[in-house]
Design a binder for this molecule. Sequence first.
Ligand SMILES: [Zn+2]
Length: 281
Amino acid sequence: MIIGTQYMIIGIWIFFSIIGLGIGSFLNVVIFRMETEKKFWNGRSECMHCHHTLAWYELIPVLSYILQRGKCRECEVSLSPQYPLVEIGTSLLFGGVAYLYAPDLSAIVGLSWIDYVYAMLVLILVTQLMIIFVYDVRYQLIPAIQLRAIQVLGLIWFILHYYQNRIVSDSWLTVLLSVSIVLFLYIVTKKQGIGWGDVELFAGLGFFIPFMWFVPFFFGSFIIGTIWGLTVMIINHNNSLKQKIAFGPSIIVSFVIMYSIIQLNIVPSVNLWYYLIIPNI
Ligand SMILES: [Zn+2]
């Protein structure tokens, strides 16, 4: 019996991972058509180089890319590795969300309708973060629609938290403090280091992070950003500090790590700072 239920829960994670593959494939289309300003619900998918319409077997996530060795079947132009990377990334994150909210079958029994809404919110959040991540890497720009979507999701999360616990989450402090600091940096660095999109990204993601996790989340994104920047400089053999490097992806990576740690209830010692500054809470 135990083995049977074990398979069932693994089945649920795999199911969500496969859904994530499909969603990732769709997100690729959205990202490319955002740039060309083509409506993403119009028309069949085609090769961007030779415009040949893709058949169903050329649209299978990851698999088509591997079978075609990363090339278009018609004109043999190289396809962007963004296709399989976004598909795999979305798949892992969807599987991860399923794991966070349903680590075992008994956890599913204990889920309330609010937990399902939470999980749904996080899945939508994943799609928006994936678009921002890729877009920021490609164009050093964060699209306004995605920022607005994340802020709305954050507010819904904040209201749901009150509805469920009858306590106002102190995550508004995370928003206030992180936005204040990056806004200050935005002004001081004259928009060179921090972009307006980064300020707005903190204004949305902060709502998901209780204040006791502010330090690891906020400074974590700067540590990841530094590692990211140095790596890009080494790869490009570029020693100029003036080179523009997207900060959005680092904020997102820090957020994903911190959100997972909070949901999994691990590494409480990360919060030592909080207990030192605000004792008796
Ligand atoms: Zn082609």
